[in-house]
Design a binder for this molecule. Structure first.
Ligand SMILES: Cc1cc2nc3c(=O)[nH]c(=O)nc-3n(C[C@H](O)[C@H](O)[C@H](O)COP(=O)(O)OP(=O)(O)OC[C@H]3O[C@@H](n4cnc5c(N)ncnc54)[C@H](O)[C@@H]3O)c2cc1C
Length: 408
């Protein structure tokens, strides 16, 4: 991993890259790995210092694990010390139910994302960290971006830019005068990690507490720390005076032991979780992963969706690098739109339920007695939801990825 000031600037700016990937989350790194492996010159850039923490529940579902295996990274989770998950404990208003989950794992985003970046670098991508990217000018044969690092900035050119820069990406907004597509009333995300949590919170179990102003998920990571990630109503956070206060209330409401020091920890937030940007493509730019839109609630699918999107864009990207054609952008926009519309139905139903604590409590009571009722939902998540067909639609370049049977 390199900072831009460790590189001879000429290595970055004196050429036209085939692809510059903005953002080294699961979407960006997967795309960079496959594209570099198929012989394209790839510059992968992230504004964060790696390894970097991010707000996330850190639960990796079987769909994502299948994608890793298909991309030749079947042993990545084991090498990183991921924790196998056996159960999900759901609670609302002092009612709780345990649901068995199969094939899920927990891994910190520091480890997961750094390992994915390393895998892209091993295939030949050049990675720059601590470098913020904004869009530059267009020319008939390339697109420029401005790389901002400390107080310096340089321009770099590429035949294609992949905007893999996550929730609330502004790259295409500036390009198209579109908007971020926030849904009114959308919840915001918040997260923190702590190394002082009661023994009640055991490794191998995902704890999900649903309450009046949102919900929170907690899971032990590979190093024993407890990761907390929440989706919260903005007004609930205001009433509780902070994300930590809101989290404390949600945990108290379900009657689980308090996690000490939640008010003093440094919580990080996200923009509105549900959003559909008006544009997901621009001149020589394609958005992938969360940058192309996200639907709350999180059912442990975002990482898999991001990887699928990053993998599927590669065949479109190879065509775009050969010759840019607005039809390429249209094709990508319709693939993304198709997947998201299939996800939306399930997510809307879940979001509707999560906003009704009394009904959630009744449902949890029913699931407690008949845990098998949760199986169809878990199965749908494990198969990738609306994204399960994306690899086929994107028609990946031969040889760089094997579509595993279960991922289809
Ligand atoms: C509260 C919460 C809990 C969640 N829990 C889960 C879960 O348990 N399981 C699951 O599968 N999913 C979960 N998700 C969803 C998951 O975190 C995301 O869907 C996933 O990280 C998206 O990956 P990505 O690669 O699209 O973007 P990201 O992982 O967000 O990566 C984007 C990267 O772009 C970089 N970047 C941004 N702007 C710029 C710029 N201008 N220049 C350079 N770099 C830039 C950022 O630093 C970042 O590293 C959760 C999300 C939230 C908010």
């Amino acid at each position: 991993m390199m900072d831009i000031d460790e590189l001879p600037a000429a290595r970055v700016v004196s050429r036209t890259w085939d692809v510059i990937v903005v953002g080294a989350g699961p979407a960006g790194s997967m795309a960079a790995r496959v594209l570099a492996g198929s012989g394209l010159s790839v510059l992968l850039v992230d504004q964060a210092a790696y390894p970097r923490w991010k707000v996330c529940g850190c639960c990796v579902n079987p769909f994502a694990l299948n994608l890793l295996a298909g991309a030749g990274l079947g042993d990545l989770m084991r090498r990183c010390g991921a924790v196998p998950l056996q159960r999900m404990r759901l609670a609302a208003r002092r009612h709780q139910a345990d649901v068995m989950i199969h094939g899920w794992q927990a891994l910190s985003r520091e480890r997961l994302d750094a390992a994915l970046v390393e895998s892209a670098v091993r295939r030949g991508a050049l990675f720059l960290s601590r470098t913020h990217v904004s869009l530059g000018s267009e020319s008939p044969h390339a697109r420029t971006v401005v790389l901002h690092h400390d107080n310096a900035q340089v321009e770099a050119a590429a035949k294609l830019i992949l905007a893999a820069n996550g929730l609330g990406s502004r790259l295409l907004v500036s390009e198209c005068r579109g908007d971020l597509g926030n849904y009114p009333g959308s919840r915001i995300g918040a997260g923190v990690v702590t190394d002082t949590a009661p023994d009640f919170y055991q490794a191998g179990i995902v704890y999900m507490a649903y309450g009046t102003g949102g919900y929170i998920g907690m899971v032990r990571l590979e190093d024993g720390r407890l990761n907390l990630a929440a989706a919260l109503d903005v007004n609930f956070v205001r009433q509780a005076h902070s994300a930590g206060g809101a989290a404390e209330r949600l945990i108290r409401e379900v009657g689980w032991p308090a996690v000490p020091g939640l008010l003093d920890l440094r919580w990080r937030g996200t923009p509105a979780l549900t959003r559909q940007p008006t544009r997901t493509t621009g001149e020589r730019i394609l958005a992938v992963g969360d940058a192309a839109g996200y639907v709350e609630p999180f059912t442990g699918e975002g990482i898999g969706w991001a990887m699928a999107s990053g993998l599927a864009v590669t065949s479109v990207a190879v065509r775009a690098v050969r010759a840019w054609d607005p039809l390429v952008a249209e094709n990508w926009a319709s693939i993304q739109g198709y997947c998201r519309s299939r996800c939306r139905r399930l997510c809307r139903a879940m979001a509707w339920l999560s906003r009704r604590p009394t009904l959630s409590r009744v449902m949890i009571g029913i699931v407690n007695r008949l845990p098998r009722l949760a199986n169809p939902l878990l199965k749908e998540v494990a198969r990738g939801g609306g994204y399960r067909g994306i690899l086929r639609l994107g028609a990946l370049s031969d040889g760089e990825y094997d579509v595993p049977a279960q991922a289809e």
